[in-house]
Design a protein around this ligand. Sequence first.
Ligand code: TYD
Ligand code: MG
Length: 460
Amino acid sequence: MAAKSSKIKTLFACSECGAQTPKWAGRCTECGDWNTLVEEIAGGGADAQVIPLAPTNRSGPTRIGEVRTDTARPISTGIAELDIVLGGGLVAGSVTLLGGEPGIGKSTLLLQLLAARADTTLYVSAEESATQVRLRAERLDAIRPDLWLHAETSLPHVIAAIDQIRPELVVIDSIQTMVDPDLTSAPGSVGQVRGCAHRLVNEAKERNIAIVLVGHVTKDGNLAGPRVLEHVVDTVLQFEGDRHHALRLLRAVKHRFGPTNELGLFEMVGAGLVAVPDPSTMFLADRRTGIPGSAVVPTMEGRRPIVVELQALTSPGMENVPKRRSAQGIDGGRLSMLMAVLGRRGRVMVGDQDVYASAAGGAKITEPGLDLGICLAVASAMNDVPLPADMAVFGEVGLGGEVRQVGHAPRRVTEASRLGFRRIIVPAKSPEPDDDVAGSVRLLRVSTLTEALRAAGVNE
Ligand code: TYD
Ligand code: MG
């Protein structure tokens, strides 16, 4: 094992157990896992895994009260929705990974980000030619004297360009197409992607510049190949949405400098991505009232209330075939659980039914406050009785059929009231609404699913 002779330039390390070997193999001889060996540069490889977080302070231990904090202050990106997600902006010396499916708008967002900055920025295009990027930049109105463009896939050349231009912010589009000639593994392989990312992280820390890496994700939503990347970078952003809808959702799934629960909302239009200032109104725009199977829920995304419509449909399933539980924009496992609770505790017999439930308008929400809305929408569909048009509902549903409190009840009530909802079914112990809306909404407090079904008028 670990034959570290000076002649060996690269070696292979198991990403599961860390064992090292001079030759690549399909299976790690130590832990027996398959496809876990990745290439590393000998000597540098193992050390490079330890990323110095504060390279500006290498003088040894410091009293906690004397540690400088001004170096970790976020700098506004100039794009308000991005600032919300990042908790203020990008931090100098940090590395951010932006993941998303091809065509979702990663390159567009980052070009707009670079153009919105006042300082020197560099866009490294490893996928598209300089001409293609320039044409796109023209459409985005992103032609600025301090925005530099480099169409390059070789990492040493990119680092040379950083030396030459001295940018404050660098975008690498994408990390999967970067190649480090010191590594023998093929471009796009886990070893290459990881090796390049390590070097770029070191560059960012040494130079105290912000770097954003684009990472493609596979169909199942994972970053292609290297999960390892997520551990190396400071921040992981996920850009998602339905390619057939204009709506794009940006979330932080890991963030060393701020919250990870904030949501940024964009719409893809002819001139790039624009902020969605009033998402609730957008999500409710196509809502038709008086239809069974629809419930309106004020949900929370981080500190931001968003009102969404949940829709459900039930239809008799085929005999002797497991019944379908199809969820779109909401959690599938949660839907199955709620259907069991609805049958056992609410006496709405969905056991022999296929159930389809979705958040309308391409919204993607996973939040316990949705539970009660999902149950009422399904009960409404099942019993063919619509909920009143001016009714909204929120609350978590437990396995015992009890309705539990969720966070930020007053903000949810205020947002629903702003959009014209006058009756709101809420968990029994929710706090009183804020004074300015107290006169215009009525809270229907429920402590069980059965009470909620009755309050909504969707019980049989
Ligand atoms: P792109 O940023 O290239 O996606 P990614 O880098 O994630 O692969 O954007 C892809 C789509 O966005 C493309 O299908 C065209 C569309 N688009 C617009 O609708 N408006 C625009 O202004 C731009 C630049 C792109
Ligand atoms: Mg792209």
